[in-house]
Ligand binder design. Sequence first.
Ligand code: ADP
Ligand code: MG
Length: 253
Amino acid sequence: MISNKEIDMILYSLHSEVNILKTVTFENVSKTYNVGDSEVTALDHVSFSIEDESVTVILGPSGSGKSTMLNLIGGMDRASSGCIRVSDTDISKLNEFELTEYRRKKIGFVFQFYNLIPSLNALENVSIVAKMTSHSFDAKEMIRSVGLEDRCQHFPDELSGGEMQRLSIARAICKNPDILLCDEPTGALDSATGRSVLQLLTDMARKYNKTVIIVTHNASIALCANEVIHLKDGRIEFSEKNEKPLKVDEVNW
Ligand code: ADP
Ligand code: MG
């Protein structure tokens, strides 16, 4: 007969194992681009792990490799060397078909320049992506949550920069992806809208148990993250953990 205390111990150890699960792991990852005769090193032997259900911020000057890092995690591009593991899968070993499936099923991507489909209206831009997974959120509900309910019939060229950015966030979240990758997601937003978007992004990690990775220049966002990775010249300069990430309404924007 197992005592209650032993059951507690077992549950505790299971819980701790769950807690140290790493969604994303880079081992010695490099990415080089060939441009004409020269080679550009965008990432240079980078290693790190991101914990499940956390918010991670990537900071660094322009050209330091931030977007390259997101693209590799999202399976948009392949590493030149090294290993990238996402949950149990070494995504560097996936073939083209498997990599496309991985992107479609697991990844939500907020692109820096939105990448909306010009010939589809706002609602269609979101609902087309919602159809990719069986557990997506309601497209109209998502559009409402970014405050665009009266823009559903507008095409991207009839939206402001901030509205396009919010639409691209609604599209990425709507899929209810395991990993949400955001490249400067609040760059075009005023402070009130920026805050509400950041609330949505952090909710994805803390309410819906997703892994959220945000490239940003905004120090307020870094204060709300569980971990901040500083990149410089394609290398991790240092990374720091926030034991007590601030709530969105606690930060000055
Ligand atoms: P960040 O997002 O931090 O500004 P990037 O990841 O976009 O940086 O770029 C890192 C480096 O890689 C830069 O020097 C950039 O010029 C180079 N780079 C990025 N993408 C490409 C590409 N497709 N072809 C050639 N060089 C690239
Ligand atoms: Mg970039």
